[in-house]
Design a binder for this molecule. Sequence first.
Ligand code: ADP
Ligand code: MG
Length: 298
Amino acid sequence: MVIKKTKQPKKIKQIAVYGKGGIGKSTTTSNISAALSDMGFKVMQFGCDPKADSTNTLRDGEYIPTILELLKENGRVQAKQAIFEGYNGIYCVEAGGPSPGVGCAGRGIITAVQLLKQQNIFEELELDYVIYDVLGDVVCGGFAVPIREGIAQHVFTVTSSDFMAIYAANNLFRGIQKYSNSGGALLGGIIANSVSSGYQKAIIDDFAAKTKTKVLQYVPRSITVTQSELAGKTTVEAQPDSQQAKIYRELAKSISEHEQSTTPSPLEALELRQWAAQWSDQILAIEKGEVRSAGAQI
Ligand SMILES: Nc1ncnc2c1ncn2[C@@H]1O[C@H](COP(=O)(O)OP(=O)(O)O)[C@@H](O)[C@H]1O
Ligand SMILES: [Mg+2]
């Protein structure tokens, strides 16, 4: 494996990306990893979704065995057996999960993180960044590990303007708030994905304002992402000159410059319901032509 020169030797920055299933976590995370790596940083992408498909666009569409699979096969695992090289020397790891319906899906994360920590892998590889790509629908014991145990310092959430994605983000904010007094990770910001119209942006901006958080980047829905994924690659790798790749690079730069994370103020269940109902009324009014708002065109 090629050992790359570290741009600026410093403490490892550990980041967790959370969000609802299917919202674009792995796509966004892999593009961030690719862009950070292009900037000269040494990056590990740590897939923490039982689907174990976080890193495949960093590896030409190829899946890697998970730490739990390797443990099941061999009884014990040398961390290096579970680390695979991806685009530009990015270290790829997949925690994996139990068979569907059996055991806690978060167990893979606990086991995998412990394994790499025990073997001092992060220090040995002189990493600049470890990015955990975590399924955040349920902040159950296992999925909360990167937030709870002082593993990640900064959490970013990927959400679209769809209510269920915002609902998941709000639940994540609750988890962060809960552990914030005991040294847990704080929120770095929201990554607004699939934002293609004014009203989608307005909904996410309003949610950010209500929860005292901020949007780090707006990422449009783009066919270049689809095309790159079909080729088994990130957009940063497959279409580096595209507008979409430029947006992912801007996002990676913001993350590399990010220092101060904060405790979000999640909405209570009823508040969130009322907030959603207000937006429903507003969109209906715009559709009927009763209201015209520059920021909220459909
Ligand atoms: N900005 C985008 N533009 C187009 N397609 C996207 C975008 N973000 C995500 N997708 C697509 O959505 C699907 C789900 O994304 P994925 O990153 O696997 O979600 P998650 O990891 O949150 O489950 C993928 O097929 C991906 O290509
Ligand atoms: Mg994923």
